[in-house]
Design a protein around this ligand. Structure first.
Ligand code: AHR
Length: 499
């Protein structure tokens, strides 16, 4: 099989928004406790923050991190997590059926975020709580001083205001599993009032309204329309969440997961623009794709609800394979292709729970297979996203119908002259010879070409063999005249860098 990309530096989608390389830290499983926070670990600092994990987070290139949930936030009292640790209450977390010690809270997270060099994205609880608590949290976090709550923060050791700009108005309020689940009209009203109140304290905040927890939700589409009818002029983003997993042996269907994500994004954009048109608004609502990943949810389903109440149990510590990494790379390609409207995205989650980074108590931390496409794209997707054309054969999948075997995105930094091309071959069994005409870029030469592929699609990194799955040099890649050529192995993700 063969396929072709057409790229031209003049055809631009939008700038690469750095916030698309976001992640998510939820009080779920061992993401916080034993993940980013493990007092006493050999690499931990005085705040109990694991140094080895911090180093990997920086290497991953994460730019923004959503906190503290997730389903967790819908039952969370933020006040429990501030002040002297000895005075903090231990509580039940009904979302994940675990014991929450509250040893880690807002101020610890902000200290971690500064060390990790990431922007915080704070979620408020609109499940068991509402407008008053959201406003109090905002005042505690961001007001400089001289009020009861801001002075309390200072008393708690955080002298400077945290300056958190980006806030999520609840989490997955469309989901029947969510504490305080609402209808779209109920949530739309609550979100509007919460946004209004928060904006009275600070008009410059950026606010995210909850969209759908998945494209398969029965309320999908109607939910976004109703919520935005209530909130259009008050919020900046509508969220989208999507998780994918290999079902049975449908490798082809799984490799084409990004087809579903692409449709999801197009549908939400169409719905948001429809509401904007009805309201005669010139404003555009962007998408915050603030939960996405490969997640073997079926493995978790039975566990939650059955386990005893314990502190930080092992939940969804999925061991990611080569195949999963190719799908993650492909989902990132889709997110970047939509850079004009998807301006925030968070891979869920960051450490241990559904995560690119794994760590063991008193032990090492390592990169999962899915770490690699994320890290390479976060590092090298720079400048502008280009509007390219893919000309490739198709294959028919039971799940997504007919799909092109190749999908790709390219970014071009006009200042440095760097061009990066990311391509996925979604054909599970056949290699594709691919070519890209580079005439529009002058005399471009190849500076790096790597591929994620393997004869064993189910190989994974483990504590014993942490580098089993890594990107390898693309030995077939070459620029011949003004054409970049390479053989793309079956089920592979590739990166080509040119200058
Ligand atoms: O990321 C895991 C969970 O997935 C989150 O808590 C929830 O928002 C989603 O359903």
């Amino acid at each position: 099989q063969s396929g072709k990309l057409s790229i031209d530096p003049a055809f631009v989608v939008a700038p690469v928004n750095r916030r698309v390389f976001g992640s998510f830290v939820e009080h779920m499983g061992r993401c916080v406790y034993g993940g980013i926070f493990e007092p006493g670990h050999a690499t931990s600092d005085d705040d109990g923050l694991r140094g080895d994990v911090l180093e990997l987070v920086r290497e991953l290139g994460v730019t923004a991190v959503r906190y503290p949930g997730g389903n967790f936030v819908s039952g969370y009292r933020w006040e429990d997590g501030v002040g002297p640790v000895a005075d903090r209450p231990t509580r039940l977390d009904p979302a994940w059926r675990t014991i929450e010690t509250n040893a880690f809270g807002l101020n610890e997270f902000m200290a971690w975020a500064r060390k990790a060099e990431v922007e915080p994205i704070m979620a408020t609880n609109l499940g068991t709580r509402g407008l008053p608590e959201a406003m109090e949290l905002l005042e505690y976090a961001n007001h400089p001083q001289g009020t009861a709550l801001s002075d309390l923060r200072i008393e708690h050791g955080a002298k400077e205001p945290h300056g958190i700009r980006l806030w999520c108005l609840g989490n997955e309020m469309d989901g029947p599993w969510q504490l305080g689940h609402m209808t779209a009209a109920e949530y739309g009203r609550v979100a509007a009032e919460t946004a209004r109140g928060m904006r009275q304290l600070d008009p410059d905040l950026e606010l995210v309204a909850c969209g759908s927890s998945g494209r398969a939700m029965a309320t999908f589409g109607e939910w976004e329309a109703t919520v935005l009818e209530h909130t259009y002029e008050l919020v900046d983003y509508i969220s989208a969440h999507a998780y994918y997993e290999l079902e049975g042996d449908d490798v082809a269907g799984f490799l084409a997961s990004s087809v579903d994500m692409d449709r999801f994004i197009r549908d939400v954009v169409a719905t948001a623009d429809h509401v904007g048109a009805k309201l005669a608004s010139t404003k555009k609502i962007d998408i915050s794709f603030d939960e996405w990943n490969v997640w073997y949810q079926r493995d978790l389903a039975g566990a939650v609800g059955q386990q005893d109440w314990t502190v930080a149990p092992r939940l969804s510590e999925d061991a990611y394979t080569v195949l999963d990494a190719v799908v993650v790379g492909s989902l990132l390609i889709t997110l970047l292709q939509h850079s004009d409207r998807v301006t925030i995205a968070c891979q869920a989650q960051l450490v241990n729970t559904i995560a690119p980074i794994r760590s063991e108590p008193d032990g090492p931390a390592w990169r999962q297979s899915i770490f690699h496409p994320f890290a390479l794209m976060a590092r090298h997707a720079r400048g502008q996203v280009l509007d390219l054309r893919v000309d490739a054969p198709t294959l028919t999948t039971a799940k997504h119908g007919e799909v092109a075997v190749l999908d790709a995105v390219a970014t071009h930094d006009a200042e440095t002259g760097q061009l990066a091309v990311f391509v996925v071959n979604r054909n599970p069994t056949e290699a594709v010879s691919f070519a890209t005409d580079l005439r529009g870029f002058g005399a471009a030469s190849l500076t790096e070409a790597v591929v994620l592929a393997d004869d064993d699609l189910f190989a994974a990194n483990t504590m014993q063999e942490p580098d089993r799955v890594v990107p390898r040099p693309h030995t077939s890649a070459a620029v011949d005249g003004t054409t970049l050529r390479a053989e793309l192995p079956p089920a592979s993700w590739s990166m080509f860098r040119l200058q």
